[in-house]
Design a binder for this molecule. Structure first.
Ligand code: ASP
Length: 421
C-alpha cells in the first residue's frame, strides 16, 4: 500500500504535459505495432474528447461574465476590433506562407487522382448568414447545441447588464449583483479545476486516441502523401516561427519564444491529439490564465472567438491543397488564382467551425472557386486525420499568440510571471 502511494506520487510529480507527451508518442507507436487491435481502445480517447466538450460552454459562459465585470463596453469594442483585425491578418499571412511552401515543394506531382467518393461542394456561408448567426433566438438552445458565437454574445450582454445593475440598482439589488459576480468567479475557478482533472485523464485518453488512429491507418496509407504532409508541416513551422514567435512574441512582447511555447504546450498537444479548436478551448483558456498570465477580461472573449473564427492552419491548408489538386491534374495556378485562394480561404475560415475535419469542407469551397476537381477531397480524406492535427495545432497556437498581443496592447498581461520568467 505504502509503495503504491509513493509510485502514484512520483507519477504525479512529473509535469502533466510531459506525461501527455509520452502517452502521445507511446500510443502512436503501439498503434503502429499492434495495428487494428488497438482500435478497440479508441473509445477511451473519445471519452476524453467528450469530457472537454462537456466543459466548453460552461467555461466560456462563466469566464466571459467575469471578464465583463472589468471591461467597459468601449474597451470591449476596441479589443474586439483589434482581435478581428489581427486574426484576419495572421490568417492571410498563413495562406501566403502555405502557397509559398507548396509552390516550392510541389506536392501532388507524379500522383494520379483516384477516388470513388462522391463529393458535393459546400457553399461558403454568406456575410449576412455569418452575422445573423451571432444572435441566438433561444439562449438555452444555443448552449445546448454548443454554439460558441451565440454563447459568447449572450454571456457578454449578461455580464454587461450585471455590471450595470451592480453600479446603479437599488442597494439590495446592488449587493446581490456583487454576490452574483463572486459566485460566477467561484464557478470559473471550479471549471478550471475540472479542466485540470480532465487533462489528468487525458494521459490515458490521448494514448488511446493515438493508438486508435495509427492502428487504423498505419504508415502505408501515409507514404504516398508524404510531400503534401511535409508541405503543410513546413508551412506551419515557418508560420509559427516567423509570425507568432518572431513578430508577435519577440517583436511586440519582447519576450523569449521559448517562454511562449512553454506556456502554450498543453494547448498545442491537446489540439494535436483531438483535432478540434473548440474542444481544446478549455485547455487554451487554462494556459492563458495560468501560464501566459493573461487577464480574463481579454482571453475570455478573444479565445472562444478565435476557436470559432481564427484558423490559420486550416486556411493555410487550403493553399497547399489547392496547389496539390492543380498538380494532380497537371494544371498550374496563376498568381491571380492564388490570390483568390487568400481571399476565399480567409473568409471561409471565419465562417467554418473549429471541429474535426471542417478544413475538408472548406476545401470544397476553395476547389469550386478555382474550378479544380472536387474528387481531390475524397482523395485526401484518408489522410485528413493526420493533416487535421497539424492544422488544428497551428489554429490554437494562433489564438494564443494574437490573444497575448491584444492583451499586451491593452495592458492585460503580466509578462513578469507565469512562464514568461
Ligand atoms: N479541426 C480544425 C479545428 O478545429 C479545423 C480543420 O482544419 O479541419 O480547428
Amino acid at each position: 500500500m505504502q509503495k503504491e502511494k509513493t509510485l502514484w506520487q512520483k507519477y504525479r510529480s512529473i509535469p502533466l504535459v510531459y506525461r501527455i507527451a509520452v502517452s502521445f508518442i507511446l500510443g502512436s507507436i503501439m498503434g503502429l505495432i499492434f495495428g487494428e487491435a488497438m482500435v478497440s481502445i479508441k473509445f477511451l480517447g473519445d471519452i476524453f474528447i467528450k469530457l472537454l466538450k462537456m466543459i466548453v460552454i460552461p467555461i466560456i459562459f462563466f469566464t466571459l461574465i467575469m471578464g465583463m465585470k472589468k471591461l467597459s463596453p468601449s474597451r470591449l469594442g476596441r479589443i474586439g476590433i483589434q482581435t478581428v483585425l489581427f486574426y484576419s491578418l495572421t490568417t492571410a499571412i498563413a495562406i501566403l506562407i502555405g502557397l509559398f511552401m507548396a509552390n516550392l515543394i510541389d506536392p501532388g506531382i507524379g500522383l494520379t487522382l483516384k477516388t470513388s467518393a462522391e463529393i458535393s461542394a459546400e457553399k461558403a456561408p454568406g456575410f449576412q448568414h455569418v452575422i445573423m448567426n451571432i444572435f441566438p433566438d433561444n439562449v438555452v438552445g444555443a448552449m445546448a447545441e454548443g454554439n460558441v458565437l451565440q454563447t459568447i454574445f449572450f454571456a457578454i450582454i449578461f455580464g454587461i447588464a450585471l455590471a450595470i445593475v451592480k453600479e446603479s440598482g437599488k442597494a439590495k439589488i446592488k449587493k446581490i449583483a456583487e454576490l452574483l459576480f463572486d459566485l460566477v468567479e467561484t464557478i470559473s475557478e471550479v471549471m478550471f479545476k475540472i479542466v485540470w482533472g480532465i487533462m489528468e485523464y487525458g494521459v490515458l485518453g490521448i494514448f488511446a486516441l493515438m493508438a486508435g488512429v495509427f492502428g487504423e491507418s498505419g504508415l502505408n496509407v501515409i507514404i504516398p502523401f508524404a510531400k503534401l504532409i511535409f508541405s503543410l508541416l513546413l508551412a506551419v513551422i515557418v508560420h509559427i516561427s516567423i509570425t507568432y514567435l518572431l513578430i508577435i512574441v519577440i517583436g511586440f512582447l519582447r519576450k523569449s519564444p521559448l517562454s511562449f511555447l512553454n506556456g502554450s504546450k498543453n494547448t498545442m498537444l491537446t489540439a494535436l491529439s483531438i483535432r478540434s479548436s473548440s474542444g481544446t478551448l478549455p485547455v487554451t483558456m487554462n494556459d492563458a490564465e495560468n501560464n501566459l498570465k493573461i487577464d480574463e477580461s481579454v482571453y475570455s472573449f478573444t479565445l472562444p472567438l478565435g476557436a470559432t473564427i481564427n484558423m490559420d492552419g486550416t486556411a493555410m491548408y487550403q493553399g497547399v491543397a489547392a496547389i496539390f489538386a492543380a498538380n494532380l491534374i497537371g494544371q498550374a495556378l496563376t498568381i491571380g488564382e492564388q490570390m483568390t485562394i487568400v481571399l476565399t480561404a480567409t473568409l471561409a475560415s471565419i465562417g467554418t467551425a473549429g471541429v474535426p475535419g471542417s478544413g475538408l469542407i472548406m476545401l470544397t469551397m476553395v476547389l469550386t472557386q478555382l474550378g479544380l476537381p472536387l474528387e481531390v477531397v475524397g482523395f485526401v480524406a484518408g489522410i485528413d486525420p493526420i493533416l487535421d492535427r497539424i492544422r488544428t495545432m497551428n489554429n490554437v497556437t494562433g489564438d494564443l499568440a494574437v490573444t497575448s498581443l491584444v492583451a499586451k496592447l491593452n495592458d492585460a498581461i503580466d509578462l513578469d510571471s507565469g512562464t514568461w520568467i
